[in-house]
Design a protein around this ligand. Structure first.
Ligand code: CA
Length: 225
């Protein structure tokens, strides 16, 4: 497992590196946002540990630019700030988890293990109800029936399946699927939700995509009548 630390405080960076190296991880470090982004874009890491307050590009910008480039490496964001607003900004930018400084090493390791487990098991499919999405082929499967998803449909279905019964906001879907580019309108989400509903129906899936005003979307299993 290879981890990149993007953190300008040399002492903190070194101590994280020592801790993780002792755990058997391969660790590399970048000391400003630009350098970090350049390394991260090589897409060879299993996890990024990303500080928010960084020279050149801050952590939010780094996360946003990576997600816009369709890089899905999990991001553990570190910051000295703990206000809710910052946390929301970090998650919106594409961070997967947020750890407030100062943190203790057990807390850091627990987060890292959780994030790597989530991603590292390289699940070949995601399932909900009687339906699954094959992550290698992009096929949506239900019993004997299957239907191929387009790239956008696939990205969106994957986000929905990862959230399952939890709501995922329209903004987050936009950022995740379209990278939050300026030319994207949030109607796109509705359009693709429509496509996915049709395809779910076509294969006889019992999975429903529910929309809740202002909260976004989640999945439900419909009971047979
Ligand atoms: Ca810093």
């Amino acid at each position: 497992m290879r981890i990149l630390i993007i953190e300008d405080e040399k002492l903190l960076s070194d101590s994280i590196r020592t801790l993780l190296t002792a755990q058997g991880y391969e660790v590399e470090a970048a000391y400003d946002g630009e350098e970090g982004l350049m390394y991260a874009k090589m897409d060879i890491y299993d996890l990024l540990i990303l500080d928010v307050m960084l020279p050149k590009l801050n952590g939010y910008e780094v996360a946003r630019l990576l997600r816009e480039a369709r890089n899905t490496t999990p991001i553990l964001m570190l910051t000295a700030r703990s206000q809710l607003q910052d946390r929301v900004e970090g998650l919106d930018a594409g961070a997967d988890y947020y750890l407030t400084k100062p943190f203790d090493r057990r807390e850091l390791l627990a987060c890292i293990h959780a994030l790597l487990r989530r991603q590292g098991n390289q699940v070949a499919e995601l399932s909900f109800g009687n339906t699954s999405l094959d992550l290698d082929t992009g096929m949506l499967l239900c019993g004997e029936k299957s239907v191929r998803l387009s790239a956008r449909e696939f990205d969106m279905m994957r986000c929905l399946l990862q959230s399952g019964e939890r709501n995922i906001s329209k903004e987050r879907l936009l950022t995740r699927v379209w990278g939050g580019g300026a030319d994207v309108v949030d109607n796109n989400v509705d359009v693709y939700i429509g496509f996915l509903r049709k395809k779910l129906a076509r294969i006889g899936s019992n999975v429903r995509i529910e929309a809740i005003r202002r909260l976004g979307y989640h999945l439900e299993v419909s009971e047979p009548c």
